[in-house]
Design a protein around this ligand. Structure first.
Ligand code: FMN
Length: 401
């Protein structure tokens, strides 16, 4: 193994302790803060997670976004506890460490890395390995890998466990992208359930952390069989199963079929996580009521809205769902997110170029936001983005005054 892999790991651990400490309340902490009345909209901002040391501004969650995340590094325990943990979905180019940390701070109980190529891991490809890094405060975290060759997947899984020590290893059987599917990876595996089982057995045999899987309902409509696929995964040793209730052919179109999540939950003994079309806190409650799933995974609904997790928790607990933060609060959050991204990449220009999509998402739906977004899409520095957002706010304050 090249020495830079071990060195990178040591650096990550160090910086996790030195640079950032989210002040996430711990459920087992004796200094547990009391939960303010979340219905008091407009009340002073409740103190939330923040960065240390102080050059970075405090990240205050808006009133109502106070949530005590169950802190357990064992995602399996959480799933079996009946608390219905909320998962940030694996998302290539989105669920990177800065966003994962932000979502954890807003109440995501478990996060999963974007999918990482088993081949790239085995080849010790530097770029691939950069996707495997995470901060300790993201735990519980799963690393998701994809590939079509059982031995290669086992070797990659072993390496991931040994070097990065995530809490679980997730296998991607859902990616619909042609380049991946053509090589039988991701949802391509669903065309051969013997292969699916071989991969699960090989990976499970190579690691001691839990092996989990994420599937779609099938490859095509004709072969749609979520319960059959899920049972094969369970038989091969998968310890948790996430179902994105669409076929590969559907890509992201149509609707996720929540009846299928309910059927899989009823058929399996292992915990089942429901995924697909949870856009609001209320959606999370509806999915749980409809399917009785053990956990809920959210992807696109979290774009530019990490507070979705807080809203979903409130809805699941039968509390009023806090409203979306106003523009000023959103902007504070997006700047905090950008600071995390820059610190993570250590390259402001590269980070800000990659961050433009988030700037677009956070400003979606704002009155006259189109012009603002056009300008944000050309920023290369954080202070440029800050100036644009401040300018937008002061214009609106003037109009309102
Ligand atoms: C930008 C993007 C990237 C994604 N990358 C991954 C991935 O790396 N691994 C994976 O299993 N699913 C990936 N997905 C699928 C999501 O995890 C999720 O299954 C899907 O978006 C449905 O959930 P949603 O309706 O909450 O968005 C991705 C989705 C999006 C939108």
């Amino acid at each position: 193994m090249p020495s830079w892999i071990a060195a990178g790991k040591a650096r990550t651990r160090q910086s996790a302790q030195a640079d950032f400490v989210w002040s996430l309340p711990r459920i087992d902490s004796p200094a547990l803060p009391s939960v303010p009345d979340h219905t008091s909209a407009g009340a002073a901002y409740a103190s939330g997670p923040r960065l240390n040391p102080s050059p970075a501004p405090r990240l205050n969650r808006p009133a109502g976004f106070v949530y005590i995340a169950p802190m357990s590094t064992n995602a399996l325990d959480l799933l079996k506890s009946g608390t219905v943990p909320l998962y940030l979905a694996p998302q290539a180019g989105v669920s990177e460490s800065p966003f994962r940390r932000l979502c954890r701070a807003f109440g995501a109980d478990v996060v999963v890395s974007e999918f990482v190529s088993a081949e790239g891991i085995r080849r010790h490809d530097r770029r691939t390995h950069s996707y495997l890094r995470f901060h300790d405060d993201e735990r519980p975290i799963g690393i998701q890998i994809f590939g079509a060759e059982p031995d290669a997947m086992a070797e990659a899984a072993r390496l991931v466990q040994e070097v990065y020590e995530p809490d679980f290893l997730d296998i991607n059987f859902g990616c619909p992208v042609k380049k991946v599917v053509n090589r039988n990876g991701g949802s391509g595996c669903l065309r051969d359930l013997d292969l699916v089982q071989s991969i699960i057995r090989a990976v499970k045999g190579a690691i001691s952390i839990p092996t989990t899987v994420k599937i779609r309902s099938g490859f095509t409509e004709d072969t749609r069989d979520p319960v059959g696929i899920a049972l094969r995964c369970q038989d091969a040793g998968a310890e948790v199963l996430t179902l994105h209730a669409r076929t590969r052919t559907q890509m992201y179109g149509g609707h996720a079929n929540w009846d299928e999540i309910a059927a899989v939950k009823a058929a399996l003994d292992i915990p089942v996580i429901g995924n697909g079309d949870v856009w609001t806190g209320e959606d999370a409650r509806r999915m749980h009521d409809h399917t009785r799933c053990d956990g809920i995974m959210m992807a696109r609904g979290s774009h530019g809205a990490p507070w979705l997790f807080s809203q979903a928790r409130a809805a699941l607990e039968g509390r009023p769902v806090p409203p979306d933060p106003d523009a000023a609060e959103r902007f504070r959050i997006v700047i905090e997110h950008a600071r995390l991204a820059i610190a993570w990449e250590d390259d402001e220009e590269k980070s800000m170029v990659e961050f433009r999509k988030h700037l677009g998402w956070y400003t979606k739906g704002l009155p006259n936001g189109r012009l603002l977004r056009q300008e944000l899409f050309s920023v290369t520095r954080l202070d440029e983005a800050e100036r644009l957002l401040e300018g937008y706010l002061s214009q609106y304050e003037q109009v309102a005054a």
